[in-house]
Design a protein around this ligand. Structure first.
Ligand code: LFR
Length: 470
């Protein structure tokens, strides 16, 4: 039996609705709608354009229904961001994690629970935008106390579609308020930080039915299908679809971010892994995503955005990367993990400043800049793979690189070279594939453990292999 399901995937630059056709020997995606996901800067900071997105999702679902018989709907997006609600009404417009308001939240949280203590409770790497710091910033601003619920973005969309308020567990694991074993919310920790535990909704696991569509949504979309929880954290969905046929493998889910790590059955909470800022995020089927956030293609896309603004001309990325590959002058490597590169705007200038401050040569042309960025990403990826392996004790014979970055041949080759480990690139659509696979399994169209789902991905896609060069 093959089923058709709809995946709503909200990524850093665009949102999509895709149809997934899935059966024991079938795994195909069909894009039915694509729309911009552009944050909006207002007087009080950087926000999600959430209403526009929701309208586009509803229209996209309508298009999905016209293209095929949809049996269920799954939603994923990036982690950590949320809306506050009271009596079901959204209070204000959700913030984008790249907004800088969280600094005060970090200080307030660490004054009560220092990072060393938090790591034992939630197993998360320190990222200043983790939800608990954002909540703390909202508490300081006096808005948190007004709320009676907080919903992560995919859960907010599910709520608007179904009327059910839940917290999907993989994404909940990125809030910092879920116990590291994923079993429950850490209400005492939340309360000790002044975050009312009433805000934290009922947890659901990937594969659980969230609810049927509200009448108004059924009318607007023409669909009558349930919303099913998937790995609603996009990275969790991507990891589901990594075609690891050899368990001794690392992965890099590379889009805006490069999420570099291994899959484990139990978290690593050692002092070494805390010092290396490795995270233990919740995966589908209770697996642990032991990984580190490297800045990712953001460095490149923000640079391109800056150059396009400056020149008023569109830049052809494949052409720029071809020029970067042809650069012969050795380019310097900067620390692609430096938080100095998190916020939007002026990226080439920030990279040049970073290099200049350390007495390193500054790239002279756009091609040299692009090469410097890709070399720096590859260096950070290679280092994170080796660190993941040594911290977890897991052997790594291959690196699976999935997501948009898998199309970047220069990045794939340089990662293999710098790691000294073969890179297997693709599928590019890992997140959407993971989303539809979990739905199809919940519907009974396919069965088995994650290894079986990955076997299906391996049989239906063809990763490109990059051998390390001397
Ligand atoms: C990737 C991702 C990362 C998360 C970052 C911010 O899209 O979800 O896993 O750390 O975005 O939410």
């Amino acid at each position: 039996m093959s089923v058709t399901v709809a995946a709503v995937d909200l990524g850093a630059t665009s949102g999509r609705v895709m149809l997934g056709h899935v059966g024991p020997d079938d795994l195909r995606l069909e894009a039915v709608a694509r729309f911009a996901n552009t944050p909006v800067e207002t007087i009080d900071g950087l926000h999600w354009n959430i209403l526009e997105l929701y309208r586009s999702i509803v229209e996209g679902l309508r298009a999905a229904g016209q293209a095929g018989e949809v049996s269920s709907i799954g939603i994923d997006s990036w982690a950590v961001d949320y809306a506050l609600l009271r009596g079901g009404r959204m209070l204000g417009t959700p913030y984008h994690y790249r907004d800088e308001r969280t600094a005060a939240g970090v200080d307030a949280v660490h004054a009560v629970a220092p990072f060393s203590e938090l790591y034992g409770e939630n197993g998360l790497q320190f990222l200043a935008f983790n939800t608990l710091y954002q909540y703390a910033a909202d508490r300081i601003a006096g808005v948190l106390d007004l709320a009676d619920a907080a919903l992560l973005i995919p859960d907010l969309v599910a709520y608007w579609l179904t009327g059910e308020k839940v917290a999907e567990s993989t994404n909940a694991s990125t809030t910092g308020l879920l116990r590291v074993d994923g079993s429950s919310w850490n209400a005492p920790l939340a309360e000790s930080l002044g975050i009312p535990s009433r805000l934290l909704p009922r947890l659901v696991q990937p594969g659980e039915r969230i609810g049927g569509l509200r009448d108004a949504v059924r009318t607007a979309t023409g669909l009558d299908a349930p919303v099913v929880a998937v790995g609603s954290h996009d990275t969790a969905s991507a990891v589901v679809a990594i075609p690891m046929t050899d368990p001794d493998a690392a992965y890099i889910s590379c889009g805006t971010w490069g999420l570099v790590g291994v899959e484990l059955d139990a978290p690593v909470l050692t002092e070494e892994s805390r010092a290396a800022n490795f995270t233990n995020e919740g995966g589908v089927d209770g697996r642990v995503r032991f990984l580190h956030n490297v800045m990712g293609l953001w460095l490149l896309s923000e640079s391109v955005r800056a150059w396009e603004r400056e020149s008023g001309e569109a830049i052809d990325l494949p052409e720029l990367l071809a020029q970067a590959a042809a650069v012969e002058t050795p380019q310097p490597v900067f620390d692609a993990n430096d938080p100095a590169f998190t916020a939007p705007g002026g990226m080439p200038g920030r990279i040049a400043a970073w290099l200049g401050e350390r007495g390193l040569p500054v790239p002279q042309s756009r091609a040299e800049f692009a090469r410097c960025i890709v070399e720096s990403l590859a260096a950070a990826f290679a280092e994170a793979v080796h660190t993941a392996s040594s911290l977890s004790g897991k052997r790594v014979n291959a690196i699976h690189l999935v997501g948009g970055g898998s199309l970047n041949t220069l990045l794939c080759q340089l990662t293999a070279d710098r790691a000294g480990i073969p890179v297997l690139a693709g599928p590019v659509e890992a997140t959407a594939l993971g989303n539809v696979l979990v739905q199809a399994r919940a519907l009974g169209a396919i069965e088995g453990a994650l290894e079986d789902l990955r076997g299906l991905v391996a049989r239906t896609t063809s990763p490109v292999s990059y051998a390390p060069r001397a």
